[in-house]
Design a protein around this ligand. Structure first.
Ligand SMILES: C[S@@+](CC[C@H](N)C(=O)[O-])C[C@H]1O[C@@H](n2cnc3c(N)ncnc32)[C@H](O)[C@@H]1O
Length: 251
């Protein structure tokens, strides 16, 4: 398992080289081949669906001056979409490279700021700061299950009473994904001196991890953090069970 510092360094490289692919990976978009407008349009669709799911589960935004956190914001794909629903949005990312790209790509989006947080916690933010804490396709890439649980506890802490928390996480990963073959090959070749760019573009190898944490563990962390589970969407994706948790902190 990578250390937290190694994990952070991996995301600096991924953010420097091919950030849009690192956010939404598909062979057709590797090598900076994402159309930027099409890329950002995926964020609007995703956030509209998330807000609709929250409303379906009975949660409605206060409509007052409200702040949302987009944890693991990458280049701001979802932060900018959240700005249509909240007065202010803080995009938080471990990678300074990703944050730099987010700032470059979103200069005109009102109400959004991007912050680098190189820590395994959210101690930079006070208790009860946000009305919504949102994260998508981030927790799966953390170094281990304890780090995932630690951040979920932090999401509860920084959530306001009456606020909502939405995150996705693999709750079961098949044996093939657990072998992390691409990551292991990437690590060995990096140690032998092969550059990240060569590994990424020519050999299509990546340092990304795929971690899971079981549903009962997630639910315990939410309960301990004073949050109630409103609903869970479960899907099978590429040999793993992926769950989206919708939770709220009672007023
Ligand atoms: C696959 S991308 C998803 C980006 C964004 N959530 C989206 O869907 O457009 C994962 C992002 O999580 C960030 N990340 C990884 N570990 C993190 C951590 N410990 N804290 C904050 N961000 C992290 C990475 O730097 C990267 O920008």
């Amino acid at each position: 398992m990578p250390t937290f510092d190694q994990h952070r360094a991996d995301w600096e490289l991924l953010g420097e080289d091919d950030p849009l692919w690192a956010v939404l990976s598909s062979p057709a978009t590797r090598g900076n081949r994402w159309d930027v407008d099409a890329f950002f349009a995926t964020g609007v669709t995703e956030i509209d669906r998330t807000i609709a799911r929250l409303e379906h589960f009975g949660w409605v935004a206060s409509g007052d001056v409200s702040t949302a956190a987009d944890f693991g914001c990458g280049v701001g794909r979802l932060s900018r979409a959240l700005a249509s629903h909240f007065s202010s949005v803080v995009g938080i990312d471990v990678s300074a490279q990703m944050v730099a790209r987010a700032e470059e790509l979103n200069p005109d989006v009102v109400g959004v700021t991007f912050v680098t947080n190189p820590r395994p916690d959210l101690s930079a933010w006070a208790d009860q700061t946000f009305e919504l804490v949102h994260t998508s396709i981030v927790l799966q890439h953390l170094p281990d299950a304890d780090t995932i649980a630690g951040y979920v506890a932090e999401f509860c802490r920084v959530l306001q009473p009456g606020g909502a928390l939405v995150f996705d996480v693999p709750t079961r990963v098949g044996w093939f994904n657990r072998l992390w073959l691409r990551r292991r090959a990437y690590r060995v070749l990096r140690r032998l001196g092969v550059s990240h760019r060569m590994l990424h573009e020519r050999l299509q190898l990546s340092p990304m991890t795929m971690m899971a944490v079981s549903s009962p563990v997630v639910e315990n962390v939410l309960t301990d953090g004073g949050c109630l589970v409103l609903g869970v969407d479960v899907a099978e994706v590429s040999g793993m069970e992926k769950s989206v948790f919708y939770a709220a902190k009672p007023s």
